[in-house]
Design a protein around this ligand. Structure first.
Ligand code: CA
Ligand code: CA
Length: 358
C-alpha cells in the first residue's frame, strides 16, 4: 500500500511539473479564436471548381510567389522564396530582375514611378529599382518592424503597409494563430520625411492592403477575424474604421483593386477541417504550443484549397472561384486583375496561375 501511495505522489508531482512547464514556458498566452459561422451565408456564393481551369505561368521557376503586381508597361512581378524578384514581360519571357538575400519576401506593389515596393517579413519595407534595393522602413516608434506583409502606394507617394504580427515572425505564424491575439498593425511611410508611423493597432493578423479607386479609403484584411476593414482617408468619416466584409468562409490574405473599382481577395484556409476544436480550448492550445510536432499537425492540410472572391466597393460579394481540393492550384494568397484575366499568387505553388474572366 505504501508503495502504491509513493507511486501516486510521484505521479502527481510529475503531472504538476508537466502542467507548470506548459503554463510557464509556453511560447503563447492564448485566447479563443472565434471561427466563422459554418452555416452557409446567403451573401457568400457556393464553392465551385472554376479555378481548375487556370493556365500555369513560369512553372518550376517561381517558388512560393506570394503576391503579384503589374507595372505601367504590363510587366508582371512576383517575389519568390529564394529572394528573386522575377518579372514576366508582355512577350512571354521571364526575367530574373533582382535578387535579395531573403526567404521572407511577401506582398509587393508597383509604385507610380519606376521599381517595386516589397514587404520583407524580416527586414521591413523595401524598394527595388534598376539601381538596387533601399530599405525604406525597418523601425517604427523605436521598435523593429518584424512581419511586414503587404503594401500599397497612394498617389501622393505615401505607402500604407501591414505588419501581420509584432510578436511572431513568418515562420511562427501558427503560434500567432494559436495565441489569437491582435498583434497586427497598419503603418504609413511618408516619403517627404522618410518617417514611418502607426496608423492602426490591435489587428488580428493584418494582411493584404488596397486603396479604393478614388483613394478615399484603405482596405485591410484581418486574416484571423475572417474579415476586411475599411479605414477612411478622406471625407466626414476620415480616420474612422468600419467593417467592409465579414464572416468570410476562410481567412483573407492579399487584396487588390480591380479596374472596375471592385476588389479581389484571396482566402486562405487557416483552420483545416476537423481541427476546429483546437481553437476553442485555451488549455489545449497551451499544450500544443509546447510541442513543435503538434503545432505542425494543427496546420497540416491547410494548403490544400484555393478560393478567391470578388467584392464590390460597397462590400457585397459578387463572385467566387475555387479549387476546392487544390487539384490544380492551392493556397492561393493573392488575386490581381489585368486585361480581363486573374493572376494568382500562392505560397505553395511554383507558378503564377492565369485565369480568364471572360
Ligand atoms: Ca500587394
Ligand atoms: Ca499576404
Amino acid at each position: 500500500m505504501a508503495v502504491f501511495k509513493k507511486c501516486l505522489v510521484f505521479l502527481l508531482v510529475l503531472l504538476t511539473a508537466f502542467a507548470l512547464q506548459i503554463i510557464f514556458f509556453s511560447p503563447i498566452s492564448p485566447d479563443i479564436l472565434e471561427l466563422p459561422l459554418t452555416s452557409p451565408s446567403a451573401s457568400v456564393p457556393p464553392s465551385n471548381n472554376q479555378l481548375q481551369k487556370v493556365i500555369k505561368l513560369g512553372e518550376g521557376l517561381l517558388e512560393g510567389p506570394e503576391d503579384v503586381a503589374v507595372d505601367e508597361d504590363g510587366a508582371l512581378y512576383t517575389a519568390t522564396r529564394g529572394g528573386w524578384i522575377r518579372r514576366l514581360h508582355r512577350n512571354g519571357s521571364w526575367e530574373d530582375w533582382k535578387k535579395f538575400e531573403s526567404n521572407t519576401l511577401l506582398g509587393i506593389a508597383t509604385p507610380k514611378r519606376d521599381g517595386l515596393i516589397v514587404c520583407d517579413a524580416d527586414k521591413g519595407l523595401l524598394k527595388f529599382t534598376d539601381d538596387g534595393v533601399t530599405v525604406l522602413a525597418s523601425h517604427v516608434g523605436g521598435s523593429e518592424i518584424r512581419f511586414a506583409d503587404d503594401a500599397i502606394e497612394a498617389s501622393d507617394g505615401s505607402i500604407y503597409f501591414s505588419v501581420a504580427s509584432t510578436k511572431y515572425g513568418l515562420h511562427d505564424w501558427t503560434l500567432d494563430l494559436l495565441e489569437a491575439k491582435p498583434h497586427g498593425q497598419i503603418l504609413k511611410y511618408d516619403p517627404s520625411t522618410q518617417h514611418t508611423s502607426i496608423l492602426l493597432d490591435g489587428l488580428y493578423f493584418a494582411n493584404g492592403v488596397a486603396l479604393s479607386k478614388d483613394e478615399d479609403f484603405l482596405l485591410l484584411c484581418e486574416t484571423f477575424r475572417f474579415r476586411c476593414l475599411k479605414y477612411w482617408l478622406k471625407g466626414e468619416s476620415k480616420g474612422k474604421t468600419e467593417v467592409f466584409v465579414e464572416n468570410l468562409p476562410s481567412g483573407p490574405d492579399n487584396i487588390n483593386l480591380a479596374p472596375d473599382g471592385s476588389f479581389w481577395i484571396a482566402l486562405i484556409q487557416i483552420v483545416p477541417q476537423g481541427m476546429e476544436f483546437v481553437h476553442t480550448s485555451k488549455a489545449l492550445k497551451l499544450i500544443i504550443s509546447n510541442f513543435p510536432k503538434l503545432v505542425e499537425l494543427v496546420q497540416s492540410g491547410v494548403k490544400k484549397k484555393a478560393t478567391v472572391i470578388n467584392v464590390a466597393a460597397n462590400g457585397n460579394i459578387i463572385k467566387r472561384f475555387d479549387d476546392p481540393d487544390g487539384t490544380v492550384v492551392s493556397f492561393v494568397t493573392s488575386a490581381l486583375v489585368f486585361e480581363d484575366h486573374l493572376y494568382l499568387g500562392s505560397l505553395k505553388n511554383d507558378f503564377v496561375a492565369k485565369f480568364p474572366l471572360k
